[in-house]
Design a protein around this ligand. Structure first.
Ligand code: FPP
Ligand code: MG
Length: 334
């Protein structure tokens, strides 16, 4: 099947549901753990690998539903680093399926541009066969200017591997003096993750009835609405998607409040950190100053001047920190 199958006409009921759902907030970014392919194959007496083929078909269908609903970013768990531990036959099958599907995507480049989809690959692609790496890189390159929607395909990915890689980059930058230890914050670490250019994950769907995240977007899903759906991935239907969106809408206010609180808390922590770092710098400066002038009692006017200059010093410290971290990030994103 193509990545962009022939559009099926919506029934009046589907159109009605879509019209009602889109009155409420529709998630901008939906992430999906497409689980249950092999169980589906067993259930239908197919070869286990065929379950993955049906899984791809379902992915193509789901992307179309998402585009129609105005969901602008979809992230799918196509192959985890853990999946390399599966039988060599299954791993080879999944690699071959991906080769074929990405080659097809390149053949269908007119369709990608027509639908305005930008494809990104998330994961350590150096773990993949070289020819597949090249296909993936080409798919990313030809679609990079498309603006309507983003499809992130997680390939050779686990969230913990992503976080470790980000931490390694930060540690090296500290060691090389590009940034200071105290510059490391949640915000900076987040900007080193593969998803740094993505919008927040609003809704995370996992099929097959399993209620765990299996090392998928662990950082990014802290403030996401989770929907565990009891059908196997190839059985997922537009109705399950509608139900997941309804679940998101019911939880929308709580999620927004949690996100706002997190932003406020992050800003507070950053202000505290800047203040303490500035004070540390100041105490080092003061220690090297003439001890007699330090012991002179300050006049009320000099206290106000000192207070003002403290605020200015904190602001200046924050500007310098931002400059350091921006320079570091520009190297990371190169
Ligand atoms: C999980 O089901 C599914 C996978 C590990 C692979 C998912 C891959 C696809 C849907 C194809 C995507 C292809 C491209 C090119 C993006 P499972 O194997 O864990 O099934 P089970 O839970 O029933 O054992
Ligand atoms: Mg599974």
């Amino acid at each position: 099947m193509s990545w962009f199958p022939q559009r099926r006409q919506r029934t009046w009921l589907q159109k009605g549901c879509e019209a009602i759902l889109t009155v409420g907030p529709v998630p901008k970014h939906v992430a999906i753990i497409m689980d249950g392919n092999r169980r589906f194959a067993v259930k239908k007496s197919l070869a286990k690998c065929e379950g993955h083929l049906k899984g791809f078909d379902k992915l193509a269908e789901t992307l179309e539903w998402c585009l129609d609903l105005g969901i602008s970013e979809v992230t799918v768990y196509a192959f985890s680093i853990e999946n390399f531990k599966r039988s060599s036959d299954e791993v080879s099958y999944l690699m071959e399926l991906s080769r074929q599907k990405f080659a097809k995507l390149l053949q269908e480049r007119d369709l990608i541009h027509k639908h305005g989809v930008c494809v990104r690959i998330i994961g350590d692609i150096s773990l993949l066969p070289r020819d597949l790496q090249e296909l993936l890189a080409e798919a990313v390159s030809i679609s990079s200017e498309n603006k309507r929607a983003i499809l992130n395909v997680c390939f050779a990915y686990t969230a913990r591997d992503d976080i470790c890689m980000a931490m390694r980059e930060l540690a090296i930058a500290v060691k090389e003096g590009q940034i200071k230890n105290s510059d490391i914050s949640e915000e900076l670490l987040e900007k080193c993750l593969y998803t740094s250019h993505s919008s927040p994950v609003d809704l995370l769907i996992r099929t097959s009835g399993e209620t765990r995240l299996s090392d998928f977007l662990l950082w990014e899903s802290s403030f996401s609405c989770l929907a565990f759906v009891k059908v196997l991935w190839p059985e997922f239907s537009i109705w399950h998607l509608y139900a997941a969106i309804l679940h998101y809408q019911r939880n929308y206010n709580k999620i927004q409040i949690a996100r706002q609180n997190q932003t406020i808390e992050r800003e507070r922590l950053q202000r505290d950190s800047d203040y303490h770092c500035m004070m540390e710098e100041l105490s080092l400066e003061t220690a090297s100053r003439d001890s007699i002038s330090c012991m002179t009692a300050p006049s009320p006017l000099s206290i106000t001047t000192e207070h003002k200059s403290m605020q200015e010093r904190v602001q200046q410290y924050a500007r310098e920190r931002e400059k350091r971290t921006e320079a570091f990030l520009s190297c990371v994103y190169e």
